[in-house]
Design a protein around this ligand. Structure first.
Ligand SMILES: Cc1cc2nc3c(=O)[nH]c(=O)nc-3n(C[C@H](O)[C@H](O)[C@H](O)COP(=O)(O)O)c2cc1C
Length: 335
């Protein structure tokens, strides 16, 4: 009877699950001929500091069709957490897509309390982490068993665990009840369910409301900051103005910058910065500018411009900047 109820429940979410099974192509670059005002992305502020669990973070997740991985990527991006994918040594076959197939492995494991599928790899030096996000898809109302294996593989005493899941419709509560006894010494925070394809802003809103904070962030000293792209680091000197001062408050931050015209990379912040734009005549390779009130631009070429900008700073030695930024969109860490 219990199984029948679960089958009926899952019937309701088959369509939802099928529609969100594909991985979103988050790397697709928007087409543009000019810097589009509407190409806004949520900003990348770290969680607010507070009276909270504090320390180095890990996002460990199991994801069969990519939905949970999408949320895990947002969490890692927002918090700076390391990521670890829980990969079953033996992959789940396509037959597990058929929720009604009682002979499918996922179904059988769901009703086998002792099932602990082997998982590949291991977290390197788990001791270093204080806060561990644990993500999974809901399978038959519960946590897939590879996550049980993961939880039983480490000592979580003194760590804070933050569960999250994706599902067609089932909420997270009962699934957490199933796994929390596996790490009884951990400080379990309330979990959160997301739908497949959850937006970065919905994840960020949740993360910012959590009672956690990242490790002491390195102080931004004086008027210097560092831009890191790929393996290359560039020191920049900030302007003595309120735009640079407010930008500094966002650090450290990683911006997924878009390419424009073979000259520059840009990113729209969610919040406005103070601006006092003027036409510089020419922008210089290495200039870091604010366009409008919220568009951060890094120029990797010197050229005359008719546009107006507020200067945020300048890369001290831009040698190699163009090569490091590359021809396409790129992630730049400002620290
Ligand atoms: C075997 C199986 C069982 C599932 N059971 C449920 C369920 O009980 N409730 C629900 O809302 N969604 C259920 N789903 C849908 C998944 O939870 C949902 O598609 C999830 O976002 C998949 O995450 P993933 O892409 O990270 O694997 C199930 C999916 C599979 C494959």
């Amino acid at each position: 009877m219990k199984k029948l109820l679960i089958l009926v429940l899952t019937l309701c979410m088959v369509l939802t699950a099928a529609s969100c099974g594909a991985r979103p192509d988050k790397d697709a670059a928007p087409e543009q001929v000019d810097r589009p005002e509407e190409n806004k992305a949520a900003d990348a502020l770290p969680p607010e500091a507070g009276e909270a669990a504090e320390g180095k973070m890990l996002v460990a997740y199991f994801s069969w069709t990519g939905n949970t991985e999408g949320v895990a990527n947002h969490i890692a991006d927002i918090t700076g957490a390391d990521k670890f994918e829980i990969v079953p040594a033996e992959p789940y076959g396509e037959e597990n897509n058929n929720y009604y197939d009682e002979s499918a492995r996922a179904y059988k494991e769901r009703y086998d309390a002792s099932a602990r599928p082997e998982i590949d790899a291991a977290v390197e030096n788990m001791e270093q982490y204080d806060i561990v996000f644990i993500g999974y898809p809901i399978w038959y109302g519960e946590v897939p068993k590879p996550v049980y294996t993961f939880l039983e593989s480490y000592d979580f005493e003194g760590k804070t665990i933050v569960p999250f899941c994706t599902s067609g419709s089932t909420d997270i509560g009962p699934s957490v009840t199933g796994i929390s006894p596996l790490a009884p010494e951990a400080n379990w925070l309330d979990g959160r369910r997301f739908s497949g394809g959850a937006s970065r802003s919905s994840v960020e809103e949740w993360v910012n409301g959590l009672d956690i904070k990242t490790e002491e962030e390195p102080e931004v000293t004086g008027n210097k900051m560092t831009l890191t792209v790929g393996g290359a680091a560039f020191t920049a000197t900030l302007e003595d103005n309120s735009t640079a001062a407010e930008f500094k408050k966002l650090l450290p931050v990683t911006l997924d910058m878009s390419e424009l015209n073979g000259n520059e990379k840009y990113y729209y912040l969610d919040a406005d910065l103070p601006s006092a734009a003027a036409n510089p005549g020419a922008v210089q390779e290495g200039d870091i500018m604010l366009y409008g009130s919220n568009c951060v631009v890094v120029f990797y070429k010197t050229f005359s411009t008719a546009y107006s900008y507020t200067k945020i700073g300048h890369i001290d030695d831009p040698t190699g900047l163009a090569a490091a930024l590359g021809a396409g969109d790129v992630s730049v860490e400002f620290n």
